[in-house]
Write a protein that binds this ligand. Structure first.
Ligand SMILES: [Ca+2]
Ligand SMILES: [Ca+2]
Length: 421
């Protein structure tokens, strides 16, 4: 990241959140500095890192406040470097943004050959792209003479907001060397990536989840909602979304917006265990290797609040709303993490530091007596502490204690501190 970096966070269910604050600190320092707060999706702020030396490691903390006033947080980091479009502390969102610009054009050194009065004219009628309402991608096809050209994407007919290499605002010019004939240009306002069919194949994911994303049909290669993009130019093309509903799907990667060339030979199967999961598909153009990951989006686990309650030394009540809707509690496991010196930490995947103890879920829920004494815990998930650990509970609670929830793949789904009832 560099220049004026865009920081954004993808939240699974934006209707639940009121505002998201972004903090940073150079690694090795202690005070978090507020960058900004955004109160509407997609949540993002801009950070000017031009004053920081290149190579500085920055840590980020992103705190989301939901409509009931509860906080959740996630952490990430980035190095200060040259501006790129893939900067930012969390996975960039490829889901269509709420608002599109008024117009998008491709000013460049080929504009005169399109019939514009001169080159590099963002307001030239003949260099405008058109928003495709099906996939929310800006598109146009131009007949370009063979040549060596530079161009950018410009918004709203002027230079105030323009994007170059890697989707970077005010970034470098993009080079294109068409060999003559029709060239398709494409711009995605979610990522600000602009490219053309003369710079490499346009790559889309075709599959049985395209209709769920808003395409007119499944297996439709020219619906670019799942558009694989290479913002950092490393040859791996990526697309990610939190909008594929729970279910089982199949997909392939298609070249050139057609089904004539697809990879791999057989369909890839995709299982989304619950709504709101982040599905990420990566495609290595050189080797045609396809990989897919399904993870719980960030901004849930938080050790700075105690939402788990120790009702007695042998039983913990865990908030039922941590279990995603439509997923049985039996598909999750819980563990107790403890550190006498308070060294528990949270990274993207797990709780780190301290000792770990397994907890067993009691399907019958909390005992009637506990529910009577604590009606606010009536729906809570009941977790039994290993009998060998019950006697140590008093001492463990003198240090830092957290309860973490993992899915059936062992991925951290939620975490919170533990307090006595
Ligand atoms: Ca479908
Ligand atoms: Ca890439």
């Amino acid at each position: 990241m560099g220049g004026r970096a865009e920081l954004s966070v993808a939240l699974a269910d934006t209707s639940r959140f009121a505002e998201v604050s972004f903090y940073y600190r150079p690694a090795g320092t202690t005070d978090w500095k507020l960058i900004g707060t955004d109160d509407n999706p997609r949540y993002r702020v801009y950070q000017d890192v031009t004053g920081l030396p290149k190579g500085t490691l920055l840590e980020y903390r992103i705190v989301a406040k939901d409509l009931s006033g509860r906080y959740s947080a996630t952490s990430s980091w980035a190095f200060v470097g040259d501006p790129t479009g893939s900067s930012g502390p969390s996975a960039i969102s490829y889901d269509p943004p709420e608002k599109q610009p008024g117009s998008v054009s491709v000013p460049g050194s080929f504009n005169a050959s399109l019939g514009c009065p001169a080159d590099w004219l963002p307001d030239c009628d003949k260099a405008q792209l058109k928003l495709d309402s099906e996939d929310q991608i800006w598109k146009a096809s131009f007949n370009l003479p063979a040549g060596d050209y530079d161009y950018k994407a410009a918004l709203n007919g002027g230079w105030d907001e323009n994007y170059g290499v890697g989707g970077a605002r005010n970034g470098s010019n993009i080079n294109v060397k068409p060999t003559g004939g029709t060239v398709g240009f494409y711009y995605d306002h979610a990522t600000h990536w602009v490219t053309s069919s003369a710079q490499g194949p346009i790559l889309t994911v075709v599959g049985s989840f395209q209709s769920e994303l808003g395409c007119a049909a499944d297996w439709k290669p020219d619906c670019m909602r799942p558009w694989l993009q290479d913002l950092d130019g490393d040859g791996t093309y990526t697309w990610a979304s939190v909008q594929i509903p729970k279910g089982g799907y199949e997909f392939k990667v298609a070249h050139g917006l057609s089904l004539d060339e697809t990879y791999p030979a057989d369909n890839v199967t995709l299982t989304v265990p619950s709504d709101g999961m982040q599905v990420r598909i990566d495609y290595v153009l050189a080797t045609h290797q396809v990989s897919v990951s399904v993870t719980q989006p960030s901004a849930k686990p938080d050790l700075s609040v105690a939402r788990a309650v120790l009702v007695n030394d042998g039983m913990i009540a865990y908030p039922a709303n941590a279990v995603p809707a439509g997923t049985p509690a039996s598909s999750f496991t819980w563990r107790l993490h403890a550190s006498a010196k308070g060294g528990l930490g949270l990274d993207a995947e797990a709780i780190v530091g301290g000792e770990v103890f397994s907890l067993s879920r009691d399907g019958k829920g909390l005992p009637a007596g506990v529910r009577l004494a604590h009606p606010e815990l009536a729906d809570a998930i009941a977790l039994r502490v290993d009998p060998a650990v019950v006697g140590r509970m008093k001492r463990l609670l003198a240090g830092q204690v957290a309860v973490a929830m993992y899915d059936d793949q062992g991925r951290l789904v939620d975490a919170t501190g533990l307090k006595r009832a």
